[in-house]
Design a protein around this ligand. Structure first.
Ligand code: MG
Length: 178
């Protein structure tokens, strides 16, 4: 069912926007799988050329995500790693074209900085941060991506999934180290 596969129609649009900025084989890093809805959406939207690495700390969510990926026939496109985002990022040495931040909001900034330090971004990598609306106290993260000089960053308003509560998504394009 469509609603099972979606993180919400407006946020889907942000993924479509991110997709328009990328081409060819796309490697995606997702922080926070929850039940795998966004992994599934990304794997379907980007098609067979995509490889999604999704980090999820909650074992129940890891199980749910793996079951949903199995059901959707997408296990070959998505790898779910169980563990804390910060610890797992410290072990990665790939380059990612798209990073989707959707885990604990107070980890966004530190995890993005760690991703940069480890060289996991290339010039043109797209970083999408969900839930950066006023309700979520995302100011430190927004201040960083808008002010550090290494991103061009834009904000898209969208309600929280399946509600009318205001929220926003920040889409930031990495310009390389400065
Ligand atoms: Mg979210």
């Amino acid at each position: 069912m469509r609603w099972m596969m979606s993180i919400g129609p407006l946020k889907d649009k942000v993924f479509d926007e991110a997709r328009s900025l990328l081409s060819g084989q796309v490697k995606i890093l997702e922080l926070g799988a929850y039940a795998g809805y966004s992994s599934i959406y990304l794997a379907q939207t980007f098609g067979s050329d995509v490889q999604v690495t999704s980090i999820e700390v909650n074992p129940d969510y890891v199980r749910a995500t793996r079951a949903n990926l199995e059901h959707a026939g997408l296990t070959d496109r998505v790898t779910v790693i169980e563990g804390s985002s910060t610890e797992v990022i410290a072990t990665l040495d790939d380059t990612f074209d798209l990073v989707f931040l959707d885990h604990w909001k107070d980890l966004y900034l530190g995890d993005l900085q760690l991703i940069e330090q480890r060289g996991l971004l290339r010039q043109g990598s797209v970083v999408v941060a969900d839930n950066v609306g006023e309700l979520f106290n995302a100011e430190p993260y927004l201040h960083y991506v808008r002010g550090c000089g290494r991103y061009t960053s834009e904000n898209r308003s969208a309600p929280i999934e399946y509600t009318d509560m205001p929220d926003a998504v920040e889409i930031s394009v990495y310009q390389g180290p400065t």
